[in-house]
Design a protein around this ligand. Structure first.
Ligand SMILES: Nc1ncnc2c1ncn2[C@@H]1O[C@H](COP(=O)(O)OP(=O)(O)OP(=O)(O)O)[C@@H](O)[C@H]1O
Ligand SMILES: [Mg+2]
Length: 429
């Protein structure tokens, strides 16, 4: 399962956890060692002292020479009678409390008599507490230092990766002259990553270059025959022609002009430079709609469909005629292809237009994918490639227009193009 934390934070967490674990274990072993030494050292010391008291002082009839914190008791000497709380303790070292005070007790039995040495713990306890305080402070300090070091280390580890990500994201990377990334990095995992990016970016650059060359070649090759058609039409127009032939000639002329504009549109789309090429004269939505209506209306009526071009509100915008015609034309052509009975409507709004039909409709689950290139719906028919809506979508995205698809309650499809989505949403809210 992928972690939700950023990589740098994961490094930091691992670092702090590891230090807490190691330093915690170390501190706990210090405490354990201190307890062990306390028991053994004190036990040894009391045993030696008791030996000396019994064999040197008591044997010679002298009082035991002990410091103020240590007291001697014996079961066979009334003067040193064992107090009740120290009676019955096991042989050897033990700890006991009396009135809230803690004592070390060393009990030894010789010939049925019990001898006890009792020492106040206070002094040792104070030192022990000081030692534990130092260990705790050391533990906390280590964790804080680990956190600080972890932050520095995570930054250091992530720095080349962040730099690489920034470089890869930079759009100049698609420039064929962009230098390779790998030489800037050491030959480690990051270097290998940079190398992988270099080869992927190289392939991407190559395919972009191929596409660029293809579009310029195609447009170049198409321009010449189109010019030939246009100039032949011009020459023919000057000669006397019967009205029917003259009308057909005008249709050929219009079609070649449209093809020239389409070549220009595809070039613009492929080059990603909307303003490049010949400056285009912008045109109103109503003008494009009337042009498209006359072209597709005839075909729709021929198929037996009822076609309407309605204006719900006046639109004041001006648009690139080639691009808007390509969008509207594709939507009307789809409506023609995928509607068998009923109607097709082109509805103009202020800052938007809709193409509605009474056709088969598009299932909801395909509403997203249908705009992808080469995707055709369940109702695909004819020779289509599934490119129409993808071209429409690209033109809309490029111009900042928003295209939405919905199903009509009566079963048909409605495509809606909004020219300034932001402005519309502000007006609606
Ligand atoms: N008005 C519509 N009514 C019903 N289905 C539609 C409509 N418009 C598009 N579709 C569905 O969406 C699919 C994709 O449309 P698109 O225009 O992208 O490709 P196409 O029409 O199949 O082929 P091309 O446009 O490349 O000739 C179509 O195959 C069709 O199934
Ligand atoms: Mg189509």
């Amino acid at each position: 399962m992928a972690s939700k934390h950023p990589f740098a934070r994961r490094i930091l967490i691992a670092f702090v956890l590891m230090t807490t674990l190691v330093s915690g274990l170390f501190s706990m072993s210090i405490v354990a060692v201190v307890h062990f030494i306390e028991e053994h050292l004190v036990s040894q010391e009391l045993s030696n002292e008791l030996d000396e008291v019994l064999h040197v002082d008591i044997r010679n009839g002298k009082p035991p020479r002990l410091d103020s914190s240590t007291r001697f008791f014996a079961s066979d000497i009334a003067k040193y009678a064992i107090p009740e709380q120290f009676v019955g303790l096991p042989q050897g070292f033990s700890e006991a409390t009396d009135d809230g005070e803690a004592f070390y007790v060393y009990t030894h039995e010789i010939n049925g008599n019990t001898y006890v040495l009792v020492q106040q713990q206070q002094e040792f306890e104070t030192r022990e507490q000081a030692l534990f305080d130092v260990v705790l402070a050391g533990f906390l300090l280590t964790v804080i230092m680990a956190w600080g070091l972890g932050v520095i280390m995570a930054r250091k580890v992530m720095e080349p990766i962040s730099r690489l990500a920034q470089q890869v994201r930079h759009r100049d990377q698609l420039n064929p002259l962009a230098p390779p990334l790998a030489p800037e990095y050491p030959d480690d995992e990051v270097g290998q990553l940079a190398d992988a990016f270099d080869s992927t970016l190289g392939q991407l650059r190559q395919s972009l270059e191929r596409e660029r060359l293809f579009t310029s070649d195609v447009s170049h090759e198409l321009r010449t025959p189109l010019m030939v058609i246009a100039s032949s039409c011009e020459l023919l127009e000057e000669s006397p022609l019967p009205p029917r032939e003259r009308e057909q000639l005008q249709r050929i002329n219009r079609a070649s002009e449209e093809m020239r504009e389409l070549v220009q549109t595809f070039l613009q789309l492929a080059r990603d430079k909307a303003n490049e090429g010949a400056p285009t004269v912008n045109i109103s939505l109503a003008a494009v709609a009337s042009d498209q209506s006359s072209r597709w209306g005839a075909l729709l009526k021929e198929k037996g469909l009822y076609f309407q071009c309605l204006s719900e509100a006046e639109d004041s915008g001006l648009y690139n005629p080639t691009l808007l015609s390509a969008v509207m034309g594709n939507l009307l052509r789809n409506a023609l292809h995928y509607t068998e009975h009923g109607f097709v409507r082109l509805v103009l709004e202020a800052g938007a237009f809709r193409v509605e039909d009474s056709g088969s409709g598009i299932p909801l689950e395909q509403h997203e994918s249908i705009f992808q290139p080469f995707v055709r719906g369940t109702h695909a028919r004819g020779e289509g490639l599934g490119l129409g809506l993808s071209l429409v979508k690209r033109i809309c995205t490029k111009n900042g227009w928003n295209i939405t698809l919905s199903n009509l309650p009566t079963g048909g499809t409605c495509f809606r193009v909004v020219f300034q989505p932001g402005v519309e949403s502000v007006q609606l809210s």
